[in-house]
Write a protein that binds this ligand. Structure first.
Ligand code: AMP
Ligand code: GLY
Length: 416
């Protein structure tokens, strides 16, 4: 089969790496891909958000399957457009991807179907939002409604900080139009767990659990990022909790989407907080998380293409989905300054000396025959071992020889 993966991050590299292992994949393409993805797939120079060009290319080149991995093209309806052109696509349609694209939608859905989440109110009026914050007090959480690359969330410790956040979103439009509507919610506490799940519209099969590290600096300090590292499985996620999440959160969500006429096919991301009152949803995403995907897919023992096809064809209940024993750790090597401004184009050395790990490229390019940095999150060094401790040690040891100017990373992945 000829398969095209849409996207260009560590997640897409991990998906391509895993698909490449399928005997059924005869040709693998990635658009736009990056310097590392080019080692496993043929990169096609089309922007991930260019729906028209992507559909035209997939049609001209007779793709048998297109995997749409990032949030923006899903929200733009790339899956709908591909299917309309007769090209099989993996990922939710636009009307289901809204579960991530609009926090107001997902909060409404949870309220209507009694899925546990933080109490909240939605505002389009600044004065009303300010009054609500003063009445509720701090700590309190302020979120821009639309997609803001995981950065449109402020966990405010004081009323002043919350007021400032809401003004930055609604008046200064710091997150663009996604800030015209804000969600203000109760601040929850507890460990965070990510559960990614395959869905075919009715059946849902959770993958092995994982944990992201969203803050930029050690000790969970600093600004939120796209994720600085991940481990899988999460040590907090016991079989009892998994059972409870299935009954109270996962199945109700898939049934709710189907009941709303928005059947969800693809990967559904549950960002959970294990609060003293039980597990609650922090957020949904309509796709694999990154870097979680790198750790989780490293543990998948089955053929990913077969699972994608089973999701599309509504036969997930009979799919073969097995996980390797042991644990995985993905350590992100980032450009100094990320998630703020940073330099690009720095040569990366030591990649050929990495042992006992897979290096997924998050944002690299090839320049004059050399791999160079090309973004904030640059590499995801991912190791698998019999225990979590060993996986963490292996990821750090594997990263040791890698170097580029201003390289930075967290020293406590899997330990906080
Ligand atoms: P989100 O983009 O909604 O996942 O939010 C980013 C991060 O902000 C989450 O991973 C949490 O660490 C934090 N967060 C979001 N909502 C809440 C909440 N209601 N209570 C506490 N922390 C939150
Ligand atoms: N790692 C969080 C996300 O992909 O949204």
């Amino acid at each position: 089969m000829k398969v095209l993966v849409v996207g260009s991050g560590g997640r897409e590299h991990a998906i391509c790496w895993k698909l490449k292992q399928s005997p059924k994949v005869t040709q693998l393409f990635c658009a736009p891909g990056n310097g590392g993805i080019a080692q496993v797939a043929q990169c096609v120079d089309i922007k991930a958000t260019d729906v028209e060009a992507m559909v035209a290319w997939a049609k001209d080149n007779a793709m048998d399957l297109v995997v749409v991995a990032p949030d923006d093209p899903l929200a733009l309806g790339m899956v709908d457009a591909l299917e309309a052109a007769g090209i099989p696509a993996f990922g939710p349609r636009k009307n289901a991807a809204v579960i991530e694209a609009s926090k107001a939608f997902s909060k409404e859905l949870m309220k209507k179907y009694r899925i546990p989440t933080a109490r909240y109110e939605t505002f389009t009026d600044l004065a009303a939002a300010e009054d609500y914050i003063r009445a509720q007090g701090a700590p309190i959480v302020v979120k821009a409604d639309g997609l803001a690359l995981g950065k449109g969330v402020v966990v405010a410790q004081t009323v002043e900080e919350a007021l400032e956040a809401v003004r930055a979103m609604m008046v200064d439009k710091r997150f663009g139009e996604s800030g015209s509507k804000v969600v203000i919610e109760e601040c929850m506490t507890g460990p965070e767990v990510t559960v990614l799940a395959f869905c075919d519209g009715t059946t849902i099969v959770p993958m092995t659990s994982s944990q992201d590290h969203k803050r930029a600096f050690d000790g969970n300090r600093g600004p939120n990022t796209g994720g600085m590292g991940a481990i899988s499985p999460s040590p907090y996620y016991t079989p009892e909790l998994a059972q409870r999440c299935m009954e109270e959160i996962f199945l109700p969500t898939v049934r709710a989407m189907a009941a709303e006429g928005r059947p969800f096919q693809g990967v559904l991301y549950f960002g959970l907080m294990l609060t003293p009152d039980g597990p609650k949803v922090v957020e949904y995403n309509a796709r694999f998380g990154d870097p979680e995907c790198q750790a989780v897919l490293s543990l998948l023992d089955s053929d990913l293409l077969d699972i994608f096809l089973a999701c599309r064809e509504g036969r997930l209940d009979a799919a073969d989905i097995r996980w390797k024993p042991g644990a995985a750790c993905c350590l992100v090597l980032a450009s100094g300054g990320y998630p703020g401004s940073y330099g690009k184009g720095y040569p990366i050395t030591g990649l050929d000396q990495v042992e006992n790990a897979t290096v997924f490229h998050a944002d690299t390019a090839q320049k004059d025959g050399q791999i160079v940095t090309n973004g904030g999150r640059v590499l995801g060094v991912t190791a698998v071992a019999p225990t979590l401790e060993e996986a963490i040690d292996a990821a750090y040891a594997a990263a040791n020889p890698i170097h580029f100017q201003d390289m930075t990373f967290r020293h406590d992945i899997g330990r906080v």
